[in-house]
Design a protein around this ligand. Structure first.
Ligand code: NCD
Length: 318
């Protein structure tokens, strides 16, 4: 793999959202990630791209898979990785966030991976540090590496993204995964349909080029890809669905509802998954239909690609 890249091919200092990426830049990241997938399957997984560099994972919100995935990605590339979890109760917005940024910046990290419960907080923090910042999820705004790993999963399973019908079902309102995926999938030429009860389906998303549908069976009609999302109760104030039982009945993915999708429709979920709420456990575990564990594997490769590309300007040519 080349150690340098013409800057014009990826002119960004940070990765804050899919919104700022062009389709060639998305493809570049996916191509790079594809190469890293094979490395992750070897016994010796270690590469030296980030040797000598320091990566700090700064998580203001709890996370298991995303933090572990970024940690493994950094370590597989040879970086020194430090994890910092900041509990919700310790956060006072505004100055405290900027103070945290300034303090960490003084320790001279090369990459910061930041997750924060407030939309826009990661971009705010990025303005106060010198190093590259990757958004690991900000509020209900964006989660770019999740959309990239979803895109890689689809591209590897289907050979393309263009022309596919991607149906995203569940708590769209609170989901940064949905937002990043709508941006990415439409940019890459897929059709996106959003399925949710009215209370969880913001009408504004139609302006992003997505179709909106409140009926799950109609919504699944002809789907190539079915992405399920959990109810993000931690972001809800008040009740958005009558009951979990009712929700599963109307919006839970079962084989019966899935019959409306294409026979080879791929089932995806960013996790964490709530079996019996948004998805029947048997559907999630169906090795012929579900790509859920592929998504987890490919997540590490995608994060390696993002870390690699954002630190290239720090490394000298061979
Ligand atoms: C998602 C997130 O944090 O936005 N999870 C993840 O990154 N794997 C989705 C979710 O929490 O429901």
């Amino acid at each position: 793999m080349a150690a340098t890249l013409p800057p014009a091919r990826f002119p960004h200092h940070h990765l804050l959202g899919i919104e700022s990426l062009t389709p060639p830049e998305i493809n570049l990241l996916l191509d790079l990630a594809d190469d890293f997938v094979e490395h992750g399957r070897r016994t010796d997984k270690k590469l030296g791209h980030l040797r000598g560099l320091t990566q700090i994972n700064l998580f203001f919100e709890s996370s298991t898979r995303t933090r572990t995935s970024f940690e493994l990605a950094g370590k597989r590339l040879g970086a020194d990785v430090v994890n910092m979890s900041v509990s919700n109760s310790a956060i006072k917005k505004g100055e405290t966030l900027i103070d945290t940024a300034l303090t960490l910046n003084a320790m001279r990290p090369d990459v910061l991976v930041v997750r924060h419960p407030d939309s826009g907080a990661v971009a705010l923090l990025a303005r106060h540090v010198n190093c590259a910042v990757i958004n690991g999820g900000d509020g209900s705004h964006e989660h770019p590496t999740q959309a990239l790993l979803d895109a890689l999963t689809i591209r590897r399973r289907r050979g393309r993204i263009e022309g596919l019908l991607v149906v995203i079902c569940g708590d769209i309102l609170h989901s940064r995964v949905a937002r990043s995926n709508i941006l990415l999938m439409t940019a890459m030429g897929a059709r996106v349909r959003l399925v949710a009860p009215k209370t969880l389906l913001p009408a504004t998303l139609a302006s992003y080029g997505a179709e909106l549908c409140q009926d799950m069976e109609q919504g699944l009609d002809g789907a190539d890809i079915v992405m399920m999302l959990r109810l993000q109760t931690e972001r809800m104030q008040g009740s958005f669905v009558p009951s979990v039982r009712e929700y599963f009945h109307l919006y839970g993915l079962t084989y019966e509802k899935l019959a409306r999708a294409k026979p080879d429709a791929l089932i995806m979920h960013p996790g964490p998954m709530n079996r019996g709420v948004e998805i029947d456990g048997r559907v999630a575990d169906d090795i012929h239909r579900s790509a859920i564990l592929d998504q987890v594997e490919l997540g590490v490769a995608v994060r390696m690609a993002c870390l690699d590309i954002l630190t290239r300007s720090l490394r000298s040519a061979p």
